[in-house]
Design a protein around this ligand. Structure first.
Ligand code: ASP
Length: 434
């Protein structure tokens, strides 16, 4: 059985167990839901194992990618295309979120009683996130922070953006090496790449069980009461995400990557599945890279460049959700956001999604920044926290799909979209298992 089938089974089985425990506990007052929620550490352990590989993999793939580009102009051109694609699709995503919220008006149906209840139950938790957002650097500081004064510390702290920038400069300098030096250097990092992929292959064997634990724990803890009062909001986010995932990307894949959209979705399906299960673009990255190379035929140097960058800076799902969340909270508080303010939201949500790390719940912290800019009360975060985990899963699935669509586009435009290596009958690879 293919791994993605087994992961899907883990996901569905986990959801059944979690929801059943939740419903049973709700009806009888038993503590079974709490017991199921205790499965979380098993899932977390698995995510930690993947995260251990992410930093070496990002460094190795970026160095190999940049060093083998040949000249700096190619690197600049590819970087330009990637950033423009990422920013444009993110801005489109926020716009979809805003348009849908203007049409559906998810916040107008919330009763005063549910509003007060939500504020009371999640107020304290929301305050914690708001504090975190206050500590977040402003735009100026964010640019300054991109330059690491100590790349090893950036790696140790998991600060991806400064690490990526340093590694790119290192790779660019390495591309100017010649002869034996260059061969040895690229060979070394290429070997690290392969080792990382082999370890991921091992870790992925446990994926179905880990996904079972993660999903069962999330659903067991989930309050269905909350979902009822926030159903329209949650559905607006999900509808927007679906539109973006199957609309925007289908168009981009067809016209920019010149690939059949159905083919694209079929080949990459394990990646959104993992994004959904882990709620983390970073944790999904190793499989994202393997899928781009082996299932889509993206050259390793394009995949190694576009995807680590994407996991960190490209978050269309997150930005779209922020657009809906801002409108929702404004509507609940009876604030009318004029179109000029909404235009500003497109800009701030696009930038905020660059600043958000590819880890669970990162988007809700940067949401506080977007709310502040739009003069919508940040305490409104309390209103949506109850369903945030589920929406985090959905938006992460879109985030990683967006990264893959970019890799196909950049590879096509650089003439580096070849036959998927899987079809060339290469040795055992991660994706053959997927
Ligand atoms: N969990 C998301 C990701 O890793 C970020 C977020 O929206 O919270 O892509």
């Amino acid at each position: 059985m293919k791994l993605h089938t087994r992961i899907s089974i883990g996901l569905v089985a986990g959801a059944i167990v979690g929801v059943a425990a939740n419903v049973y506990a709700g009806a009888t007052g038993s503590t079974i839901a709490d017991s199921v929620a205790k499965l979380q550490p098993f899932g977390d352990a698995w995510i930690r194992a993947i995260m251990a590989i992410v930093i070496p993999l990002v460094v190795a793939s970026l160095v190999v990618g940049a060093a083998s580009l040949g000249d700096l102009r190619t690197l600049g051109r590819m970087g330009g295309k990637t950033v423009v694609y990422y920013m444009s699709t993110t801005a489109i995503a926020v716009t979809i979120g805003l348009v849908l919220s203007n049409i559906i008006k998810p916040g107008s149906g919330i009763s005063e009683a549910s509003k007060q209840a939500l504020l009371a139950s999640y107020g304290a938790d929301a305050q914690g996130r708001i504090e975190l957002a206050r500590e977040a650097p402003g735009i100026g500081q964010m640019f300054l922070d991109m330059i690491p004064s100590n790349p090893i510390k950036a790696a140790a702290d998991g600060d991806m953006l400064p690490l990526i920038l340093f590694t790119l400069v290192f790779g660019a300098a390495a591309s100017l090496l010649t002869g034996e030096r260059k061969r040895v250097l690229i060979g070394f990092f290429d070997a690290i790449n392969h080792i990382a992929m082999t370890i991921i292959l091992w870790i992925m064997k446990l994926a179905p069980f880990a996904v079972f634990a993660l999903i069962a724990a999330v659903t067991a803890r989930f309050g269905s009461e909350i979902l009822k009062s926030l159903l329209v909001y949650a559905l607006t986010v999900v509808a927007g995400l679906a539109l973006h995932a199957f609309g925007t990307y289908a168009i981009a894949v067809k016209f920019l990557a010149r690939m059949r959209p159905l083919d694209f979705y079929k080949r990459i399906r394990a990646v959104p599945l993992l994004g959904f299960s882990t709620s983390s673009s970073n944790a999904t990255l190793p499989v994202t890279i393997a899928t781009a190379e082996q299932k889509l035929g993206v050259s390793p140097r394009v995949a190694g460049f576009v995807l680590p960058l994407g996991a960190t800076v490209n978050m269309d799902g997150t930005a779209l959700y922020q657009g809906v969340a801002v409108m929702f909270i404004a509507q609940v508080f009876g604030i009318d956001l004029p179109w000029t303010a909404q235009l500003a939201v497109v800009l701030t949500a696009t930038l905020a999604s660059v600043g958000a790390a590819g880890v669970p719940s990162a988007g809700i912290i940067t949401l506080a920044i977007v709310l502040k800019q739009a003069n919508v009360p940040e305490t409104g975060i309390a209103l949506i926290l109850g369903v945030d985990r589920i929406l985090d899963m959905c938006r992460t699935a879109v985030n990683v799909t967006g990264d893959l669509s970019a890799s196909a586009f950049v590879a096509r435009s650089e003439g580096e979209l070849g036959e998927p290596t899987e079809e060339q009958g290469e040795a055992v690879t991660v994706t053959q298992q997927l």
